[in-house]
Design a protein around this ligand. Sequence first.
Ligand code: ATP
Length: 231
Amino acid sequence: MLAVQQLEAGYGESVILRDVTLKVKPGQVVCLLGRNGVGKTTLMKSIMGVLKARKGKVSYKEMDMTRRSPGDRAKQGIGYVPQGREIFAQLSVFENVLLGLEASREKKREIPAAAIAQFPVLPTMYSRRGGDLSGGQQQQLAFARALASEPDMLLLDEPCEGIQPSIVDDIRDVIRLIKADGRTAILLAEQSLEFVKSVGDYFYILEKGSIAWEGGLESLDDEVIRHYLTV
Ligand SMILES: Nc1ncnc2c1ncn2[C@@H]1O[C@H](COP(=O)(O)OP(=O)(O)OP(=O)(O)O)[C@@H](O)[C@H]1O
């Protein structure tokens, strides 16, 4: 479904990602792990097209996306919940969700019920400004905005960062529901091992901008964790 091949990307003079190759199959939850600053967000941005690849290829559903715009990638069915959420503070909660509809493949007028079903608090806040919501509520809004386009691939960049435990549990439930439904694949960058182990099917570990390890849940043992993830 998603294939990243020998990707190189960076900022200005600095090369951050080198020779990154990974795959996400339909319906799979693939987790991207690694210590702070190894390049997880840079990889997410490169897959979404917010950051241009310098070398290598990003393909989605067998289509070469490497030179396509982020909007184009969204229209092909890639949803993105960026790190830090990037809610439009001055727009209302409703307008923020509507922005997700803009990315839909077909021109839809109504927010799909499934996009907000897991976040019942959001409709009660539709007229409030996005910037007035708490961090956890903003994260729910970022999910709803991404789900409004009914993506079949969802990029989640550290969705639990700075979020209170009850909302983390809600996010876990949403990911599990998406997984059980089987229609949307997920690439999840996350620091919390406990969280990724509870939802992930397959794991990649980034170290200094390259894939240093990959494997299934059973092989993500204490030795791997100590070697690549312990700070
Ligand atoms: N806009 C930018 N300009 C220059 N360098 C950047 C920029 N964004 C990130 N970097 C650098 O790229 C490297 C990788 O950062 P990135 O945010 O991708 O890592 P990460 O694994 O997502 O880290 P974290 O878990 O802390 O979010 C870091 O050294 C960071 O300082």
